[in-house]
Design a protein around this ligand. Structure first.
Ligand code: PSV
Ligand code: MN
Ligand code: MN
Length: 388
């Protein structure tokens, strides 16, 4: 049986990074449904993120997305985060919302456009220097829509050239986290479509480059936990963009569509040392909350990750290994399912109570009056990334 106090220690130590863009208005290509009280600037996004950390105790880091979070002084923004008990997490580059990037950014056929995109990536490293961020998260919407449109392998060379130049700019304690996505917005080829492509580029770059697994970025039915186990074994899992999906990159609350898959992923994280700080795995959310209230949705997402983590940590690893080594198929499966079937909410409630928090973070948030306060104070909330 897993050691209950060790599980509680691990749950207390867990850190889940929330996305600045998850607090602002977002939507689909059909409509952005504005919500009252959303942040009007990155400082207010941090104020909302502080509510999530206060309620959960495990979300002190906030990812930024540039230019959605552009400010005059990133050092001041980082200082503001610290005043709120937070810190700035990954810096996400954005080379997917400029007309110049119609045919791609770093892989564009025009060297002028490639230079412009590369300059933005380098600017993001400057921002990391100012915020103290470790990770530069790179997702490229680059790709083609029609056979013959461009040279598939030529685009890989352009990508490699750009990544190498950014990699050369990194400080000793900084990393590139390269994120892949099977399709959208390009529909014939994406230049970083899958984990193999991302892995190969990270391998070529060196030890300060690793892969980001966004759980919404695979073909239906993909065994994501296999990818996670493989990348962890290779020391090339940089982190997650957690969300859930029913059909595509739906960006719904993580764990809401398939909590069993989330458990299986975190079971592989646990089994391959991925929860150890030295593994350097960033557990980030990347969600939109198009129709649901933003802050409670992020709290719920954090809770969903905590619950799946608790279940994964409760797996009786010695019984599992014994059954696996004995070729006891049903016995091994039963060990895993026994942990998954455990209601871990009382355990998490205990951990929260022991850290002076309400056992129910969503209820605590709702009772705190923050939602009413920001609706009254914040008139004309900013569009997050989608409307920027
Ligand atoms: C692209 O779908 C993505 O997952 C990338 O991580 C972007 O940075 C993010 O969504 C924007 O919401
Ligand atoms: Mn993502
Ligand atoms: Mn996505």
């Amino acid at each position: 049986m897993a050691d209950r106090s060790a599980v509680k220690d691990a749950l207390r130590a867990q850190r889940i990074e929330t996305p600045s863009w998850g607090y602002g208005n977002s939507g689909t290509r059909f409509k952005v449904f504005a919500q009252p009280g959303v942040p009007r600037d990155p400082f207010e996004k941090l104020a909302d993120a502080a509510q999530v950390h206060a309620a959960t105790g495990v979300a002190p880091k906030v990812s930024l997305h540039i230019p959605w979070d552009r400010v005059e002084d990133y050092g001041a923004l980082a200082a503001h985060a610290r005043e709120l008990g937070l810190e700035i997490g990954a810096i996400n580059a954005n080379v997917f919302q400029d007309d110049d990037y119609t045919l791609g950014s770093v892989t564009h056929p025009d060297p002028r456009v490639r230079r412009k995109a590369l300059d933005h990536l380098l600017e993001c490293v400057d921002i990391m220097d100012a915020t103290g961020s470790r990770d530069l998260k790179l997702w490229f919407s680059d790709g083609t829509n029609y056979p013959g449109q461009d040279d598939i392998s030529g685009r890989q060379q352009r990508l490699s050239d750009a990544l190498s130049e950014v990699y050369g700019r990194l400080g000793d304690d900084q990393r590139i986290l390269l994120e892949y996505k099977l399709f959208e917005p390009a529909f014939y080829t994406m230049d970083v479509p899958d984990w193999g492509t991302a892995y190969a580029h990270c391998l070529r770059l060196g030890p300060k480059a690793a892969v980001v697994v966004d759980t919404g970025h695979h073909a239906p039915g993909t065994n994501i936990e296999f990818i996670v186990a493989f990348l962890l074994r290779e020391g090339k899992l940089g982190g997650f963009d957690f969300n859930s999906r029913f059909y595509a990159d739906d960006d719904l609350m993580v764990g809401a569509a398939d909590p069993f898959q989330l458990f299986r992923i975190l079971h592989e994280v646990n089994g391959n040392g991925g929860f150890a700080p030295e593994a350097g795995v960033a557990f980030m959310l990347d969600q939109c909350h198009n129709i649901e209230a933003k802050i409670p949705a992020i709290i719920r997402s954090v809770m969903n990750v905590q619950e799946a983590t608790a279940k994964a940590l409760l797996v009786d690893r010695s019984a599992l290994a014994a059954a696996q080594n004995a070729g006891d198929v049903l016995g091994a499966n039963e060990v895993l399912m026994d942990a998954y079937a455990t209601d871990v909410r009382p355990l998490l409630a205990e951990v929260r109570a022991e850290t002076g928090r309400d056992p129910n973070p969503v209820a605590a948030y709702r009772a705190g009056g923050w939602a009413e306060k920001i609706v009254a104070e914040r008139v004309g909330g900013a569009q997050a990334g989608w409307g920027a």
